[in-house]
Design a protein around this ligand. Structure first.
Ligand SMILES: Cc1cc2nc3c(=O)[nH]c(=O)nc-3n(C[C@H](O)[C@H](O)[C@H](O)COP(=O)(O)OP(=O)(O)OC[C@H]3O[C@@H](n4cnc5c(N)ncnc54)[C@H](O)[C@@H]3O)c2cc1C
Ligand code: SF4
Length: 328
């Protein structure tokens, strides 16, 4: 049986207090939101955990509001709420769909948006027991010196398997971050795509003692179409093995004027492809075929997560084609 290590739980009532606790306990402290990723990883010995700073009692981190053409989603918002909230359903339906496809009802009732954005990277060689990893000799992410996915590679290419990240990038979300500098709480905000780094051992670009407070999403114009599809072996519980978010902006004649394709589960950060080259095209089956073939040439899934990488590449084409048909 895998056991949780012993650790202290701190229950701050404000963002300032949470950040001070993180600063006080330094590298031994971890942010705990729903715990559906952190706690399994602590059980596997992947994450050192001496102090957990729980975010669920902080009112500032809860809530979904719409104001002045912008939707704000708090980092402690549960995935289950995201999937059914009337504002999200009406304004950001592809996000509601993505949240509703995560894991299972129990996990969506615990798991949060902030945890989904800061989800640890996953790899078939690391999401294993300590004993299993030791037998293999470890890897760059776990007390070792080599990567088993890219032998001889210099960096960890474990995959970000979050379902909300690709679709929120397609919606043009910014992420709001609070930190601590010279005794003061600081605030900054970056486009969500820029939160992620190519190093799977430290793929979330947060400075020490920073936390994600929430995201701000501009309400899409009526001429913008956004969708999300994930492929996993089972329809429930499973992480995505291929995920695609598609944003198409159109003119009054419903012809494409631009957009982006965001591909997840390739590596530590999503791949964002600009679609300006498809401007002037109608949204039809032929566009779906061309988009799929174009994505195939640009995306190469790695054997970092289960299932055959070449099959996942073919599957990407299918998901892009189907997503385009959904948006037609
Ligand atoms: C069986 C199973 C199936 C799953 N399936 C899926 C799936 O299909 N799709 C998917 O996307 N995920 C899946 N997950 C992963 C996870 O449940 C979700 O990603 C969930 O959203 C994580 O949120 P949480 O609040 O539980 O995160 P936590 O476990 O609390 O935190 C996750 C990480 O983020 C950090 N963190 C959390 N909040 C913040 C914050 N506000 N600021 C800074 N850092 C923060 C934590 O320190 C930790 O490192 C699955 C998990 C399990 C166990
Ligand atoms: S991608 Fe390589 S270094 Fe990263 S967890 Fe997997 S085996 Fe380890």
């Amino acid at each position: 049986m895998l056991r949780l290590p012993t650790f202290d739980v701190h229950r701050p009532a404000s963002v300032a207090e949470a950040i001070q606790l993180l600063a006080l306990h330094g590298r031994k402290a971890r942010v705990l939101n729903g715990g559906t990723d952190l706690l399994p990883n602590a059980k596997l010995g992947m994450t050192a955990l001496d102090h957990a700073v729980l975010l669920s009692n902080i009112p500032e981190l809860h809530g979904i509001t719409e104001d002045d053409g912008e939707i704000r989603l708090g980092a402690a918002t549960k995935l289950a709420e995201l999937a059914v909230h009337p504002v999200v359903l009406a304004r950001l339906p592809a996000l509601a769909h993505a949240a509703g496809r995560i894991a299972s009802p129990q996990i969506r009732n615990m798991g949060t948006l902030g945890g989904n954005l800061c989800l640890d990277t996953r790899c078939r060689y690391i999401n294993q027991s300590e004993l299993w990893r030791e037998a293999l000799g470890g890897c760059l992410k776990s007390h070792g010196t080599e990567c088993h996915v890219v032998p001889g590679g210099q960096g960890c290419v474990a995959a970000l398997s979050s379902d909300t990240v690709p679709v929120l990038i397609a919606y043009g979300a910014d992420v709001a971050i609070s930190g601590w500098h010279q005794g003061q709480v600081t605030q900054r905000s970056v486009p969500l795509a820029e939160l992620y780094d190519a190093d799977g051992t430290r793929h979330v670009r947060l400075n020490d003692f920073e936390i994600v407070v929430g995201v701000r999403v501009p309400c899409p114009a009526a001429t913008t179409r956004i969708g999300y599809r994930k492929w996993a072996v089972r329809n429930s519980i499973d992480f995505p093995l291929v995920s695609v978010a598609l944003r198409l902006t159109t003119d009054s004649a419903a012809k494409v004027t631009g957009g982006m394709l965001v591909v997840g589960v390739l590596g530590p950060r999503p791949r964002v492809l600009d679609l300006l080259r498809f401007a002037g095209r109608a949204i039809d089956g032929r566009l779906g075929q061309d988009l799929g073939a174009w994505a195939f040439d640009r995306c190469r899934p790695l054997p970092n997560v289960p299932y055959d990488a070449e099959y996942r590449r073919e599957r990407l084409v299918v998901e892009v084609r189907r997503l385009c048909a959904q948006l037609a």
